[in-house]
Design a protein around this ligand. Structure first.
Ligand SMILES: Nc1ncnc2c1ncn2[C@@H]1O[C@H](COP(=O)(O)OP(=O)(O)OP(=O)(O)O)[C@@H](O)[C@H]1O
Length: 318
């Protein structure tokens, strides 16, 4: 499955956590294989406990690989520790800085862990401060920062080695809109500069906006992996979703059922796989019915719908 343009190639990777005696071990990842092209922005999705953080911890070498292989830039990851440290960075789910140091002291400390000449070190710190919009907070002690600023500091630290691969494990959990936007802009900037992004999040609209590739893990297994556009196109048919001001009368429900409408609530229905001509027909029917349309949306399915569909199909196959 190796391909020259693939930067990260994972083959048949499994990971098991041993648990207390008598309890069965936890198979956190089972025979996962996928590849990430260089410069891609790769969204890793899955329900709580699916195995996303475990996968990231193996890719970054934070957890030791047990079985299967991981090639990064054509080299086995566990034999290229030094190189990997120099080209990759992670903004982990848990905050990773010194709470009693100021923002600037933290940046100086972590920048000091890379062998950089003084002017390059300063350049990297200035870039991280600017991208994460931390200028006004440099002298604040890290522990006194708001949740959003802590996340921004976490990311700024990850940017200090100008990574070629940036792993982000739910970087926007529980933060306000401004910090979220700052973080998303920072990731977009890194991606535009050619950095390969591996991004886990439960916020589908973020993944849809940021990522060009998506993989879904459920229960430790890879259940989908494709480009974002193929993903949305494959499962994302044109659909018409209508919310009426009042409950639909029963004759309208029958008429709509004949047009493959699914009733989402007494006032709301969706028709998938609809071409524009039958759509006009539905609109005409609603007009004849004299019901007030409160909201109508016609377009491609959103990533969230596709994601939930795939999880449901997977569950049904279990
Ligand atoms: N150190 C550990 N010891 C034992 N089991 C673990 C350990 N870390 C994770 N697990 C288990 O492995 C499975 C995968 O966990 P993981 O944290 O990778 O999932 P996740 O997809 O990142 O979840 P979330 O979205 O909640 O962060 C879960 O069942 C979890 O309970």
């Amino acid at each position: 499955m190796s391909n020259q343009s693939n930067f990260i190639v994972v083959d048949d990777l499994s990971h098991t956590y041993s648990t207390q005696r008598k309890l069965t071990p936890k198979h956190a990842l089972q025979n996962i294989s996928f590849a990430i092209p260089k410069g891609a922005s790769f969204g890793l999705l899955g329900p709580n406990g699916a195995g996303k953080s475990t996968l990231i911890s193996l890719l970054t070498g934070m957890n030791k690989r047990q079985t299967g292989s991981i090639l990064i830039d054509n080299e086995p990851a566990d034999q290229a520790g030094k190189k990997l440290k120099s080209i990759s960075a992670i903004a982990p789910q848990d905050l990773a800085f010194y709470p009693r140091l100021t923002v600037h002291e933290n940046l100086l400390f972590f920048a000091g862990t890379y062998a950089l000449k003084a002017d390059l070190r300063k350049e990297r710190i200035d870039f991280a401060i600017e991208v994460c919009d931390l200028d006004a907070h440099l002298t604040s002690r890290a522990e006194t920062l708001s949740g959003g600023l802590k996340r921004r500091l976490n990311l700024a630290i990850a940017l200090l080695n100008a990574p070629e691969i940036l792993y982000l494990d739910e970087p926007t959990v529980g933060i306000d809109a401004r910090s979220r936007q700052t973080i998303l802009n920072a990731i977009q900037r890194m991606h535009a500069n050619g950095c390969t992004i591996v991004y886990t999040s439960h916020y589908m609209e973020e993944v849809e906006a940021l990522c060009d590739h998506v993989a879904i893990i459920d229960n430790g297994k890879l259940i989908a992996n494709n480009t974002m556009s193929a993903f949305l196109e494959k499962a994302g048919r044109q659909s018409l979703k209508v919310t009426m001001a009042q409950a639909l009368p029963s004759y309208a429900i029958d008429e709509l059922a004949a047009r493959r409408a699914k009733l989402l609530s007494p006032k709301e229905f969706i028709i998938e796989g609809l071409q524009s001509a039958p759509m006009t027909d539905v609109i005409k029917l609603l007009a004849e019915m004299g019901g007030d349309v409160e909201q109508a949306h016609y377009g491609k399915s959103k990533l969230e719908d596709v994601y939930l569909d795939i999880l449901k199909q997977n569950e049904a196959q279990q």
